[in-house]
Ligand binder design. Structure first.
Ligand code: PMP
Length: 354
């Protein structure tokens, strides 16, 4: 920290992203990326857009919002595209939280929520997950607050039913943000509730099911009044938040829904196979509905397994956090990647007498 660094941020603990290694080729199962390339249509559109990079991107993102509206059968005025869904989450913290409506989220969830609350100097409360690591719906109901719910939750992968989500949305005096980064892998989306609740913001990403993590594209869907508030944050920070190639790639991707659907089906199939193999190796797992599994082994600590897999050339994610330090979060990769992981574990586990 330099002596010029603002004292405002002296105690800020930034988010730690999963590694993107350069020095060695790993099987990367640590950041929940897709094992499949983007749709050829996304690549083609991005290449076309590259020819006009002398121009700023469209700050209104009209064509992308139109394509999103057609895909989700909603008016384009209900969408706001952002630089990854991280950006719309940050906008939601900025726009909807203050002393009168503090941020509320589970104690074990996407780590960026706490960072966004801290950097925006917003009061927040963390609601403990229940013993089975599920979200405590009762404790998140009837609050005067801005509630952030990842559904499925990360890193547990556990899904809340649409009824539970609706109970929270209906009873909250404030905006409820449902972060559906992983919803395409088997969950029921809260999009169907949008017509009934003007305090619901659903956030989505192109980083997982749509194979575009490197393009940085996310979006929010909400009542146009909430979208206007979020737009105020966007125009106050970065009007050209989505670059022209990414916007074009997003439109290309949305023209190819069959490709995304097929990839999601494959990941769901691979998740089932991987889970069965892990169970037969003695792991216990949460019932993940995401593109990752959350697993622990009775004889090996999470950190030891993480290190041993890393030695074997496989990266997974380990959180040194109370209650989940024994777990590994493992991205569901291609069939070959899942098989390589299982083979490595078969060698690694017997070597531990822990
Ligand atoms: N929400 C959750 C729950 C996530 O795990 C992630 C990915 N790290 C994000 C949002 C943000 O994803 P992106 O910014 O790539 O859209």
């Amino acid at each position: 920290m330099s002596r010029y660094f603002s004292q405002k941020f002296a105690s800020l603990v930034p988010y730690t992203p999963g590694e993107q290694p350069k020095e060695r080729r790993y099987i990367k199962l640590n950041t929940n990326e897709s094992p499949f390339p983007p749709s050829p249509k996304a690549i083609e559109k991005a290449a076309e857009a590259a020819r006009n990079l002398q121009l700023y991107s469209d700050p209104t993102a009209t064509l992308l919002h139109r394509a999103l509206g057609e895909t989700y059968h909603l008016p384009e005025t209900m969408f706001l595209a952002t630089n990854g869904s991280d950006e719309i989450l940050n906008f939601a913290f900025m726009a909807f939280c203050d002393e009168t409506r503090p941020a509320v989220f589970p104690d074990i969830t996407y780590g960026f929520y706490e960072v966004f609350a801290e950097i925006n100097r917003i009061p927040y409360q963390k609601i403990p997950l229940k013993d089975d690591l599920s979200i405590d719906v009762g404790a998140m109901t009837g609050l005067r607050a801005t509630v952030f719910l990842a559904n499925p939750n990360a890193p547990t992968g556990l899904l809340l039913s649409l009824d539970d989500v609706e109970t929270i949305v209906r009873s909250t005096d404030g905006v409820v943000v449902v972060d559906e980064a992983y919803i395409d892998f088997g969950g029921e989306s809260a999009i169907s509730l949008l017509g009934r609740y003007d305090n619901l913001l659903v956030t989505r990403t192109f980083s997982k099911s749509r194979s575009m993590a490197g393009a940085r594209l996310g979006f929010g869907i909400a009542d146009p009044t909430l979208i206007a508030d979020l737009n105020a944050m966007k125009y106050a920070t970065n009007p050209y938040n989505v670059n022209a190639m990414t916007m074009a790639a997003g439109i290309g991707c949305l023209c190819d829904e069959a490709y995304t659907l097929k990839n999601c089906e494959t990941i769901i199939e691979n998740r089932k196979l991987l889970s069965e193999e892990l169970l037969s190796l003695g792991f216990s797992l949460t019932d993940s509905m995401a593109n990752f599994v959350f697993a622990k082994h009775p004889r090996c600590s999470g950190s030891m397994l993480y290190e041993a897999l890393r030695e074997a050339g496989i990266l997974v994610r380990h959180f040194n956090t109370p209650r989940i330090a024994d777990y590994l979060r493992i991205t569901v990769g291609s069939r070959t990647e899942c098989e390589a992981l299982i083979e490595a574990l078969k060698t690694v586990i017997p070597s531990f007498s822990c």
